[in-house]
Design a protein around this ligand. Structure first.
Ligand SMILES: NC(=O)c1ccc[n+]([C@@H]2O[C@H](COP(=O)([O-])OP(=O)(O)OC[C@H]3O[C@@H](n4cnc5c(N)ncnc54)[C@H](OP(=O)(O)O)[C@@H]3O)[C@@H](O)[C@H]2O)c1
Length: 436
């Protein structure tokens, strides 16, 4: 099995892809692979290995073992080329021949501005249609560019050889949403507008844009987070149970109505590197949405995401309708960094005659060490899926296109400025304190 990573010296490769591959190697899962790491810099094999070593130490879920790392590094070949140079693909083809590399997986860990050159370059490789290609979001500079890129890919590869990554689909608790919903009579039968008051989805980050100003300023929170990751969560939370998940998610997207929107920008954003000094790009977005179908009639679904906030967490809170005289039941699904499930319900206050007490069941999955060890990182799952030609954890192009057009159609209000906390809100956000 061969994997060629275009952009192997980039942030994504160093922080996510190589640590995930190291984990797979350590666990002897899919360990029989060769990695052709493509970069533009003139690096020797040892210089490249020295570049990934500290990143694997820092970011791999499994503890660093020098012997395993040394074995792992023998499976890597660093290959220098310029992605915009047509002749370099002819040389790459020669390299593949010399090393008898035939069908393999290409991973484009690159900005979309390189996709056209790389796809053009693929035409210089023999029997390109036998290979797989994995492509990272954003899948184009805008919707029109995505259509163009997808069209060009479809001319070179069979449709089921193209994998569109949304790494949120590989997250443990996002997969768990389906089990919680569909394998508990308690939730399965009450997952509708008669029982549910509202849903809140939050993806908060404490960091700013770090060194990704050029990308982020052209993108913003709506395109960076809402269009892909948060609409994935929303559609998995609200879709019908189905063998065909992509189709079930599409049915939700087609009925999704964005009713209200608030945008914010963190104080100091315009002074960040590679950001326009007059930029109105949003670093915070909050939306109120409705799904105009029978199950979700009039249930508001709130989404919020932002950078430079007080904490880092991804959570979903489902608020059930309150019965007269008693507080609402709450279900919280904790996705990141803590993984777990919290349920708030009412009991009779012990000893008191007619008083109600609210109590909690709080399951922290990631607090248990063995669960942490056994839970693969999202990118590990995604690599495993590609190596085994599975597609469940990937987006469909139809979904990507629909979400992108939906987000592009939003009339954006001017963002307000915020400093760690958000001064306005479309709803009262439920915050559940935990002891871990
Ligand atoms: N970083 C993340 O956490 C993350 C998460 C999800 C999605 N993504 C997406 O993944 C993609 C890659 O992101 P990134 O953060 O890794 O980007 P990045 O840090 O800018 O890395 C880009 C890579 O492309 C290489 N490159 C640039 N120009 C080249 C050329 N002419 N020839 C050969 N190689 C060239 C760079 O080589 P040099 O190192 O020599 O410049 C580097 O390896 C982006 O579309 C991003 O939006 C990133």
């Amino acid at each position: 099995m061969t994997l060629t990573i275009f952009g192997s010296t980039g942030d994504l490769s160093l922080r996510k892809l190589f640590p995930a591959l190291y984990n797979l190697y350590s666990l002897k899962k899919d360990a029989d692979f060769k990695i052709i790491a493509i970069g533009r810099r003139n690096l020797s094999h040892h210089q490249f290995i020295d570049m990934i070593r500290p990143k694997i130490c820092e970011y791999a879920r499994l503890s660093f073992d020098e012997d395993i790392f040394n074995e792992f590094s023998e499976h890597i070949v660093y290959y220098q080329m310029n992605l915009t140079e047509a002749d370099d693909y002819v040389k790459l083809n020669g390299f593949y021949h010399e090393n008898q590399i035939e069908a393999q997986t290409f991973y484009l860990a690159l900005s979309p501005r390189f996709f056209h050159s790389v796809i053009e370059g693929f035409k210089r490789l023999d029997q390109i249609e036998r290979n797989n290609v994995v492509i990272e979001k954003p899948f184009g500079i805008n919707t029109a560019d995505m259509i163009d890129i997808n069209h060009k890919l479809m001319q070179l590869f069979p449709k089921d050889h193209v994998y569109y990554i949304d790494h949120y689909l590989g997250k443990e608790m996002i997969q768990n949403i389906k089990t919680i919903r569909f394998k508990n009579a308690l939730f399965k039968n009450s997952w509708n507008h008669e029982m549910i008051d509202s849903i809140q989805i939050s993806a908060l980050e404490a960091d700013g844009i770090l060194n990704r100003g050029a990308y982020y300023d052209a993108s913003g929170a709506l395109k960076d987070m809402v269009q892909n990751h948060l609409l994935q969560i929303l559609t998995i939370l609200t879709m019908e149970e189905s063998e065909n998940q992509h189709e079930a998610q599409m049915q939700i997207l087609k009925k999704l109505r964005i009713n209200q929107i608030l945008l914010g920008q963190y104080s100091g954003y315009r002074n960040e590197k590679d950001v326009d000094e007059h930029s109105n790009t949003e670093t915070y977005a909050e939306l109120q949405c409705f799904i105009d179908n029978e199950r979700w009639k009039d249930v508001p679904i709130y989404i919020r995401t932002g950078k430079k906030l007080k904490k880092r967490e991804i959570v979903v809170i489902v608020k059930f309708k309150a019965l007269e005289g008693s507080p609402s039941n709450l279900l919280e699904i904790k996705i990141q960094p803590t993984e777990g499930v919290y349920l708030q319900f009412n009991i009779k206050k012990p000893g008191a005659k007619d008083q109600i007490e609210t109590v909690q069941m709080d399951f922290c999955q990631s607090c248990v060490e063995i669960n942490r060890i056994n839970t693969p990182e999202a990118y590990e799952r995604l690599f495993e899926e590609v190596f085994h030609h599975q597609r469940e954890y990937f987006s469909s192009f139809e979904q990507i296109l629909f979400s992108s057009s939906l987000i592009e159609s939003i009339q954006k209000p001017k963002p307000f400025i915020y400093d760690h906390s958000i001064p306005y809100s479309l709803t009262e956000w439920v915050e559940i304190p935990h002891n871990y």
